[in-house]
Design a binder for this molecule. Structure first.
Ligand SMILES: NC(=O)c1ccc[n+]([C@@H]2O[C@H](COP(=O)([O-])OP(=O)(O)OC[C@H]3O[C@@H](n4cnc5c(N)ncnc54)[C@H](OP(=O)(O)O)[C@@H]3O)[C@@H](O)[C@H]2O)c1
Length: 312
């Protein structure tokens, strides 16, 4: 099969021919139709995870997948061959990734059925970013009418989080530079989103909009400690960037460090929302598998929404 892989790290991912993996007991073999680039994939290629996870080379990159069930490993129940599915590769080691024509994944975690009304192309960009958005929002649990600042609203996680937050009836302040970025973020949802330009003085702009402080912050980009300083006393900040409570000690706010948990329930809820038209998967560019290295370069150079990879 064609796969985007690394023979060592740090290195630039390259296309190669590899054997189709066999599903072990409890695993599903998925014929991958679509994947997408995540910051995690760039971190792997850059060698940043060498001390944290076992690397098995040749290492196929990619977390997100959408495709059809090709084969079932021993003991798998609940899926059938030919069924459309999507999700996130969650093995405890790095090796079998989703930017390939086939991937093996656990049948019990990181996979859910694809509902009618959601395309494979969209679902291939939904899993990790969508789960990170849901988990971040759930962590700060904004009540209707509260104000939430989404820092990093122009990215994949942020573009989904803005929509999910607006659907909860919260007041959303989102980061975007004027022009294409601003149009992208305001176009995400029918609800009104107030914008601050992260090319300028974010604290001053947020204080002008929320003089008493915001109730919650989603820290998906930018300086977490500075953003925490924009919270009211007792406010909450969720960070996908590893911000911890120590970094904002004494500020009277709570920090939630988020690790996305793509369990089948969250994936199913996300897919149902997207299939119903209540959540738009913000794919802004799609690369064929053989041009995936260019997709990595594009992601690294700055992203608007999700960059998808068509795998077959
Ligand atoms: N912990 C987890 O489980 C988990 C899961 C998913 C993602 N993540 C992490 O969460 C972060 C967001 O993910 P993503 O996929 O949405 O990444 P992304 O697509 O790269 O989005 C980040 C966005 O933030 C913008 N940005 C850069 N600097 C900013 C600043 N100072 N203030 C406001 N916005 C700024 C970027 O614009 P430019 O590109 O123009 O700079 C980009 O549009 C990434 O660091 C990712 O690795 C963590």
């Amino acid at each position: 099969m064609r796969a985007v892989m690394l023979n060592s790290v740090p290195a630039t991912p390259a296309l190669a021919d590899l054997p189709v993996p066999r599903p072990e007991a409890g695993e599903v073999l998925v014929k991958v139709a679509a994947s997408s680039v995540n910051g995690f994939d760039l971190a792997v290629a850059a060698g940043y995870l060498q001390q944290m996870m076992d690397h098995r080379f040749p290492l196929v990159v990619g977390k997100d997948f959408a495709g059809t069930v090709e084969a079932l490993g021993e003991g798998v129940e609940g899926f059938i061959v030919g069924q459309p599915v999507f999700g996130v590769v969650m093995k405890p080691f790095l090796g079998p990734g989703s930017m390939a024509e086939y991937v093996t994944v656990s049948a019990g975690y990181g996979i859910a059925p694809l509902p009618e009304g959601l395309s494979l192309a969209e679902a291939g960009a939904l899993g990790l970013a969508g789960t990170a958005a849901v988990d971040s929002l759930d962590a700060v649990a904004p009540a209707e009418g509260e104000t939430v600042l989404v820092s990093g609203a122009t990215g994949g996680v942020g573009a989904l989080a803005v929509q999910l937050a607006a659907a909860r009836g919260v007041r959303v302040i989102a980061t975007a530079r004027p022009g294409v970025e601003a149009d992208f973020v305001t176009g995400l949802t029918g609800a009104k989103v107030e914008l601050v330009d992260h090319g300028g003085d974010v604290p001053a702009q947020v204080r002008a909009l929320a003089p008493a402080g915001v109730d919650a912050v989603l820290h998906l980009a930018g300086d977490g400690a500075e953003l925490a300083g924009l919270l009211r006393e007792g406010g909450r900040i969720a960070s996908t960037l590893g911000l911890t409570q120590d970094a904002v000690q004494g500020a009277g706010v709570t920090v939630h460090t988020v690790m996305a948990d793509p369990n089948p329930r969250t994936l199913t809820e996300l897919a149902a929302r997207a299939a119903a038209g209540a959540l738009r998967v913000p794919v802004t560019a799609t690369y064929p598998l053989e041009r995936a290295p260019e997709a990595f370069a594009a992601f690294g150079a700055g992203t608007l929404g999700k960059i998808a990879v068509a795998c077959s």
